[in-house]
Write a protein that binds this ligand. Structure first.
Ligand code: ISE
Length: 332
């Protein structure tokens, strides 16, 4: 079965998904690359062998030659376009976040509940990262005893000029909010967010340090530093009563020269999580064939956005904020 995909968005992530689908996964063709920037859409289409280019996302979603949709357009378009896919019964892989607004996430959930079918997968690709999978498996089989804490560091080289300090919480941190829920198989009770005084005013967005309590008694801390300068560096350590499990970055080699051992950091998340994206996209396409959803659902997208909203409020109020989700529909 060949699955015909319509790609919406030809920016950093759209181009990378086009590369993954066209070069790393069989049984899939790209019918469309859609972007408001025609030149960018054509460039990605030419590189990936996509058949058509357009600037109209709804034409992509409605086209009968499109079996499934991958949304990699700007964040504010994710929820409306996901809803349009659900309305037409089209499976969709939507890049994170589902929305920056929890209420918008609930609209997508309501559309799926009405259709009685999960069609939306959210692009929390770390759930497919081999290191996080091993971390979750170690906990599940009791290798480290009951989980107590999870430490997370998420550092980018530098933040883009449009990146506000709040986006450390609403754009970057949703990865940690989701992966800690996934690994610990739990939900959050509260979040407290702190920020150090940034000396370099030229940098956009100071680091944030967050402490979350889970409903099952664990502590999760998350440092987001989008101006770390030295490299793209994501670390995680799960602490249990008998031991710990730490992530190891997929470094291919060590250079030994001049009395030194040198390893190199990735410049951004794409090489660091290349295997996670390949496995995520492959699993998504397989789920379309089997009809059995995989990965993060629209509910998981809502959960991450709800935590992010509470995190922004905690930073503003300089106080802990409780997390109060709505009742989870049976569908999830
Ligand atoms: C970006 O949108 C991503 O999703 C990356 O995985 C993350 O590392 C980065 O901080 C985000 O801005």
């Amino acid at each position: 079965m060949t699955i015909r995909v319509g790609l919406i968005g030809a920016g950093i992530m759209g181009a990378d998904h086009a590369r993954i689908l066209s070069q790393q996964i069989s049984g899939v063709t790209l019918q469309y690359v859609c972007d408001v920037d025609a030149a960018r859409a054509k460039s990605v289409a030419d590189a990936s062998g996509a058949l058509h280019v357009t600037a109209d996302p709804h034409a992509v979603i409605a086209d009968r030659s499109v079996d499934a949709v991958l949304i990699a357009s700007p964040d504010h378009t994710h929820a409306p376009l996901s809803k349009a896919c659900v309305a037409l019964g089209k499976p969709v892989l939507c890049e994170k976040p589902l929305s920056q607004d929890a209420k918008e996430c609930l609209d997508v959930i309501a559309a799926e509940v009405r259709g009685r079918k999960r069609l939306v997968q959210i692009g929390f690709m770390r759930r497919f990262d081999p290191a996080y999978v091993e971390m979750k498996q170690a906990l599940a089989k009791g290798a480290i005893g009951p989980a107590l804490m999870m430490h997370n560091f998420h550092r980018n080289v530098s933040a883009p000029s449009n990146f506000t300090g709040q986006m450390a919480i609403t754009n970057s941190a949703p990865h940690e909010f989701d992966i800690a829920r996934f690994v610990l198989d739990t939900d959050y009770e509260s979040i407290s967010v702190f920020r150090p005084d940034l000396r370099d005013s030229a940098k956009t967005g100071a680091p944030v340090f967050m402490v979350l309590k889970t409903v099952t008694g664990q502590l999760v801390n998350v440092e987001i530093n989008n101006n770390a300068a030295y490299g793209y560096d994501v670390r995680g350590e799960l602490v249990g009563e008998k031991g710990t499990v730490s992530l190891r970055s997929p470094i291919a080699s060590e250079l030994n020269v001049n009395l030194q051992t040198i390893t190199t950091y990735a410049e951004d998340w794409r090489p660091r999580f290349a295997e996670a994206y390949r496995l995520q996209n492959s699993a998504w396409l397989k789920s379309i064939e089997t009809g059995k959803p995989v990965g993060a659902s629209a509910w998981d997208g809502y959960a991450a956005t709800l935590i992010a909203e509470a995190g922004v409020h905690s930073l503003e109020r300089a106080a802990p904020v409780k997390i109060s989700p709505v009742a989870k529909p049976v569908l999830y």
